[in-house]
Each structure stands twice: as C-alpha cells, then as structure tokens.
Design a protein around this ligand. Structure first.
Ligand SMILES: Cc1cc2nc3c(=O)[nH]c(=O)nc-3n(C[C@H](O)[C@H](O)[C@H](O)COP(=O)(O)OP(=O)(O)OC[C@H]3O[C@@H](n4cnc5c(N)ncnc54)[C@H](O)[C@@H]3O)c2cc1C
Ligand code: SF4
Length: 482
C-alpha cells in the first residue's frame, strides 16, 4: 500500500511542537543569575565559535538582551539556530563548571535563544557591514551554515558576496534537515534574511556545475568558497531498494519542512536503517507523525552507535524500538509496494560486520528510511575544480587554520571539508575561511573572539573554542592531566 498522512493538523502540530519551549523573562533572569561568570570559563573553550558565554549571560541578568544578542551574533551569526540545534551537552553545557559542583549546568542554549529571539522578534539588527565595499568579490557555493558563516563575515569585512544555492531558499540543512521539534525552518530563514541585510546577494535555484560553471566564477571573483555539504544517502545495494517506499531519511525530513505537517505521508510500520543522529531524528519524527511502530535497524551493537545518548533516550521515550546486530538483506514487495524487510543477524569478526548464515527473518513494514550516511560530493567537486585535492575519505583537503585548499583562490568549510559534523562547526569554519580569504587578499589577520581558557591552551590568551575547537571529553582528559 502507498503510504499516507496519518494525523490531523492539530495533533501533528502538537506532536512536533518545540521540544524546549522558550524561557519567560523571569525564568531567563533566574537562570542567568545562577551562572558563576567564571573568569576562565570552560564553556567558551567548548564552543566552536568561541561565544563569550559569561558575558552574554551577564547581560541577560541585567536585562540587556540586545547587548547579549550582539555578543552572541558577533561570534556566531547563526546564534539563533545554534541555540536550538547544538548538542550543548557535548559542548558548552557539558563543560560548565556547575557539573563539577554536582549541580545542573547552566542552560546556555535556552539563554542564547532568549537573547537572539528578542532581537529577531523586535527586528533589531545588531550586526552591520561597512557602507563602502572594498572592491573585491567572492562567490560562495552553498547557502548552508558554512556558506552563511563565510558570507556574513566577508560582508562585515567589506566584500561583495554572492551566494549560489540549488534550493529555492537558503539555510541548507538548517532549513531542510533539522528535526522539526528542535527548530522550525522560519528561524533559519530569518537568519538568512539578516545576512541578506548585511548586503549579501543570494541566487537560489542555481545548480553550480549545471547552471553556472566554476571557471566563470573564478574569472569573475577574487576568491571562491565551497560550502556544498554532502550528497544524498549512501545506497544499500539490496534487492527492492528502488521501491517507492524506500526513502532517503533526509528526503523524509525535508517533506516535514516543506509540506503542511498533516500532509506528510508516513508508514504505519516504519523501519529506519542506521543508528546515527539522522536515524534518531527520522525515527522520532515518524513516531510523532503517527507511525504505530518505528524500528531502528543497526548492524552493530548498542555501544557502537554514533547517536548521542540524549538523542537515543528521546527516541526510546517516543516509543521507537531498536534492533541491534541486524542488517537488511532485501526489501519485501507486495503489488509494487514495500511490505517488509528481510533482515539477518550480524556478528563482528576482526572488526568487520558479517552476516550470520541462515539467520534471516522478516520485519513487516510499509516505509523504509535510509539513514546509513551521506555520500560525499566528490564527482561534483572534481568536475567543478579539476585539480582540487580530496583526502582518502573524499573530503576536500584544506589548511585548518585558513580553510584554503590546494587551489589558492578556493576555500572550503562545513560538511564538504569535515565529512559531516554539526551546524556550529560549519558556521565556524565558514567564518575561518572568510578570514583566510581576507588574509590572502588584504594581508590582514583577524583574530578572536579572544578568550582565555582555564586549561591554558598552547597559545595562551587566544584559546577560545574558535581557535581550538575541543570536545568535552577532550577537556576532561586535559583537566585530568593537569
Ligand atoms: C538529518 C540531519 C540532522 C541534523 N541535525 C543536526 C542537529 O540537530 N544539530 C547540529 O548541530 N547539526 C545537525 N546536523 C548536521 C548539520 O546540519 C550539518 O553539519 C550542517 O548543515 C553542515 O553545513 P554545510 O553548510 O556544510 O552543509 P549543508 O547544510 O548541507 O548546506 C549545503 C548547501 O549547498 C547547496 N548545494 C550543494 N550542491 C550545490 C550545487 N552544486 N550548486 C548549488 N548549491 C549546492 C545545498 O543545496 C545546501 O543548501 C544534521 C544533519 C542531518 C543530515
Ligand atoms: S562554565 Fe557555567 S557557570 Fe561558568 S561561565 Fe560558563 S555557563 Fe557560567
């Protein structure tokens, strides 16, 4: 049977409502007043964009919300979306000293949302670009977080920037891919409009490589930034994969962002392949859209899954089930539609996953969502820029300090360079690339936000998360070493 929408509008909206509602002014002030305003704040160190967390929290505690938003957005132009989508437990909140005192960490993400929502709701622009441009032009490929981070910083440095994107709107996965209960697309689109007001030109519906050639862009511009992210889901290579109800999890999530919620088709019994954060987002949203059963199928064990623990807990709370040590071997069809998934047990030998012979069984389902990793855009990149160096994993190779590739005019950032991380990393890398471009074209090295770290990182006073992104577990290890 073809899949259908399962819920009425009111139920779908309620199920996919904000998972973390905004603070009231009183709640925000109370939470801000819990902050110790650490002199050597580890939360800054753990933020890849180096936001001066204690300073913005202090401003919230004195009702200076515009000032707080300025502190946030000067460091991270996508501060509003990062407030909602960052895995803060792994970043700033995971580093908060409150944890050492066995108290709840400060809810930095929600406070950040409180300040950035205030300026967005009141139409206050805290970032500005110089009225006179510096006469140099840059083309940015991709309007995702990396492209936006690069474009905003360049505009603030006086460059004429044109961003090209094949989609009808900007924001990349921030607009089309984030779980709906974490962030609405309007928040991301608002950020794009703010960057537009900095003087950046956006050209949508333009597929670079098809509608525009990189060679022309190279001739017309002083530098190019590649922020094209990753491609579609990897293929499974099993019989039945091309049935209509075998869908890329990213495409399913995009339906949720581009259709009324009560018109999004979903199966009664959904199987999600993979166990990373995308798989969790897909299974949770399928459940919230009315699927009676939603099962994650993962070929390794619970310990090996790459999903964050808090995402795993959320999916279990939403009623998703998990089948570990199992792999799909075929999609079962009935009358041209998905009727089930033939699974086999797996075993790990010498680190490799193998199928246990004779262990097959069928999981009845009517929708299969593929969340087994995204392809790299290697073909596109090699056609666009012959000679561009990629690493063995298909990522664009670059100097991590400047994000410059082996082609001097070409810079990169975001998932195309990292192979897939988070929004905050993408926006930080875009900004770093803008500064790399500026250093190349104007000979000026811009630093900061410059914050000290309690860990005394190698270059002392410049040890903010922007200069040395560090994960919480790395912070802990460094602390243990003294
Ligand atoms: C399902 C899913 C959920 C996620 N959830 C989170 C989360 O909760 N929190 C978090 O921090 N991170 C999350 N991430 C990761 C995060 O979204 C990415 O790391 C981030 O968006 C990368 O930014 P980017 O700019 O490099 O790429 P993208 O966001 O992918 O943007 C690339 C842009 O380039 C455009 N483009 C590509 N090729 C061309 C071309 N040839 N011509 C023109 N335009 C082109 C695309 O249309 C797109 O707009 C999630 C990722 C996925 C897949
Ligand atoms: S570590 Fe925690 S308490 Fe200290 S400044 Fe950061 S948020 Fe405040």
């Amino acid at each position: 049977m073809p899949i259908q929408p399962l819920l009425d509008a009111a139920t779908a909206a309620a199920n996919l409502a904000d998972i973390e509602p905004p603070y009231s002014p009183q709640e925000a002030r109370a939470e801000a007043n819990r902050c110790l305003f650490c002199y050597d704040a580890p939360c800054i160190k753990a933020c890849p964009t180096g936001i001066d967390v204690p300073t913005f929290i202090r401003k919230i505690s004195t009702d200076n919300l515009v000032g707080a938003a300025r502190t946030i957005l000067e460091a991270n132009v996508l501060g509003a979306s990062c407030a909602r989508v960052c895995p803060t437990q792994m970043l700033c909140e995971g580093a908060c000293v409150m944890l050492d005192l066995e108290k709840q960490p400060i809810e930095i993400g929600r406070l950040q949302r409180h300040a950035t929502d205030h300026v967005a709701a009141h139409g206050i622009d805290v970032l500005h670009a110089p009225a006179t441009k510096n006469g140099r032009r840059v083309a940015v490929l991709g309007a995702g977080p990396a492209g936006l981070g690069c474009a905003a910083e360049l505009a603030r440095l006086g460059y004429a920037v044109t961003v090209y994107d094949r989609k009808p709107a900007g924001g990349g996965l921030n607009t089309y891919g984030i779980a709906y209960y974490k962030m609405r697309p309007e928040v991301s689109l608002d950020e794009v409009r703010m960057i537009e007001r900095l003087g950046v030109t956006f050209r949508y519906g333009v597929d670079v490589g098809r509608d525009v050639q990189a060679a022309d862009l190279e001739r017309q511009n002083d530098a190019i930034f590649i922020g094209v992210g990753l491609g579609g889901a990897n293929r499974l290579g099993i019989p039945g994969e091309d049935l209509p109800e075998v869908v890329d999890a990213l495409a399913f999530i995009e339906w949720i962002h581009t259709r009324p919620l009560h018109e999004v088709p979903v199966g009664h019994r959904v199987a999600v392949l993979g166990c990373g954060n995308t798989a969790i987002d897909a299974v949770t949203q399928a459940k919230r859209l009315g699927a009676e059963e939603a099962t994650i199928v993962y070929r390794r064990g619970e310990r090996e899954m790459s999903a964050y623990p808090f995402e795993y807990e959320l999916a279990k709370t939403d009623g998703a089930t998990f089948l570990f040590d199992a792999t799909p071997v075929a999609v079962v069809a009935k009358d041209g539609h998905v009727a089930g998934l033939t699974l086999a047990k797996t075993a790990v030998r010498d680190g490799r996953v193998t199928v246990v012979p004779g262990s097959e069984w069928t999981l009845p389902c009517d929708l299969v969502l593929k969340a087994v990793g995204q392809e790299k855009q290697t073909g596109l990149l090699q056609t666009l820029f012959p000679g561009l160096k990629l690493d063995a994993r298909g990522r664009v190779a670059c100097d991590p300090a400047t994000m410059q590739t082996n082609l001097p005019k070409v810079f990169v950032g975001g998932d195309a360079a990292s192979g897939g991380r988070e929004v905050v990393n993408a926006v930080a890398e875009g900004k770093k690339a803008a500064r790399g471009i500026h250093a190349m074209l104007a000979g000026e090295n811009i630093r900061g936000p410059v914050q000290p770290s309690r860990l005394g990182m190698p270059d002392g006073a410049t040890g903010s998360g922007f200069d040395h992104p560090i994960r919480v577990h790395e912070l802990e290890a460094a602390l243990k070493q003294g």
